[in-house]
Design a protein around this ligand. Structure first.
Ligand code: SAH
Length: 216
């Protein structure tokens, strides 16, 4: 895949626009300015890759809006070497951003066609990322515990299996359906201070595709 000067220039402009929207973490902005988002969008749609909008990736799914990816990543507060579980691989873009930040990424997708397509793309461009086909509600007990967990689909509730797979001192970011209105999600940061002291804070409204049970 080609990453030319035009792509690189558009990415720097995108990162600057996201900074204007209030993202302060310089590492996150640098990741946005570096990871070629057009790789994760179907060929021929390069022109859409660097606008701050969500985009269809087929299978009724979307690659999240870059500013939403940036905000979720900033809240996640990833440190180099962190073991990170992502629920909702989708296009693989969020996983690539986490990899770029030095995380050891484990990502779970429920749809087999997306899983196979994205796994091949990541193997070629981000070979450290580990892809799994499964039900994100269950997480990856065999690889737990994780330093960080990020859900990138709208969760109807906070999956307790995932909280259980978080290390003490770990953080988890979840777009949680607003009561009575599943078209909107409130971003929730969960901090596991001890086994029985799990703190939740709210960080603004967003829109995600729904988190569903595993298919096929
Ligand atoms: N992180 C993705 C965003 C994809 S949209 C990206 O950067 O492109 C959300 C994704 O979550 C979709 O691919 C959808 O199939 C997946 N998903 C929905 N419910 C899921 C579940 N229960 N387990 C795992 N993945 C799920």
């Amino acid at each position: 895949m080609i990453d030319n000067f035009r792509h690189q220039g558009s990415r720097r402009i995108l990162a600057a626009a996201i900074k204007e929207k209030g993202i302060e973490n310089e590492d996150v902005l640098e990741a946005i300015a570096t990871v070629p988002r057009h790789f994760f969008i179907g060929a021929g749609f390069d022109d859409f890759a660097y606008n701050d909008v969500p985009f269809s990736i087929g299978c009724d799914q979307t690659i999240s809006q870059p500013s939403t990816v940036a905000r979720q990543t900033e809240l996640l507060d990833v440190k180099k070497g962190n073991k990170v579980l992502e629920i909702g691989t989708g296009s693989g873009y969020q996983a690539a951003i986490l990899d770029h930040l030095g995380a050891r990424v484990y990502t779970v997708e429920r749809q087999s066609d997306l899983y196979f397509k994205t796994k091949a793309l990541l193997k070629e461009n981000y070979p450290r990322i580990k892809c799994f086909l499964g039900d994100g509600y269950k997480g990856l007990a065999a690889y737990a515990p994780f330093d960080r967990i990020i859900i990138t689909a709208a969760a109807p509730f906070i999956p307790q299996d995932l909280v259980a797979q978080l290390k003490i001192g770990g953080k988890m970011v979840v777009p949680l359906d607003v009561e009575d209105d599943a078209s909107q999600q409130e971003m929730i940061l969960i901090e596991k201070l001890s086994e029985d002291n799990v703190v939740q804070t709210k960080h603004g409204m967003f829109m995600f595709v729904p988190m569903l049970k595993k298919v096929k």
